[in-house]
Design a protein around this ligand. Structure first.
Ligand code: 5GP
Ligand code: ZN
Length: 114
């Protein structure tokens, strides 16, 4: 998608340091971190949000989850605990319309979320 900032990041990888990359997805640091560790895991294929996901995407989701797990290990947050977040749609607080998991850690998280 031409007007998608995450698709552009994938196309122009010199703009960003990827933490991880494979054939399906990439992980990189959030530009505006909300915790000591705040990474994003996204598919290379453009998917606008979780609203578009269905049975056909089970493998994609499993793969992205695997990348999240790798990010948690790589950054060390797996030791103390961490949080995966997928904001969806307006009420969910989604601001970038390209599917992404937030991987957050390095501090105690509050509940309920804001
Ligand atoms: P959302 O609000 O959609 O759940 O999350 C979008 C996230 O993308 C935000 O945490 C925001 O800081 C991050 N973000 C937006 N633009 C960029 C960018 O150009 N580079 C990086 N690394 N993160 C971005
Ligand atoms: Zn996109």
């Amino acid at each position: 998608m031409d007007d998608c900032i995450f698709c552009q990041l994938i196309k122009e990888p010199h703009h960003i340091n990827f933490l991880l990359e494979d054939e399906v997805g990439i992980a990189f640091n959030d530009i505006n971190p909300q915790a000591p560790t705040h990474c994003l895991v996204i598919p290379k294929r453009h998917v606008a949000s979780a609203k578009e996901l269905g049975e056909k995407d089970v493998a994609l989701l499993g793969h992205l989850m695997g990348l999240c797990q790798q990010v948690a290990s790589l950054t060390g947050i797996h030791k103390e605990g961490y949080r995966y977040v997928m904001n969806t749609g307006e009420n969910g607080g989604q601001t970038v319309n390209h599917l992404h998991f937030h991987v957050l850690g390095g501090r105690r998280m509050g509940w309920p979320p804001g």
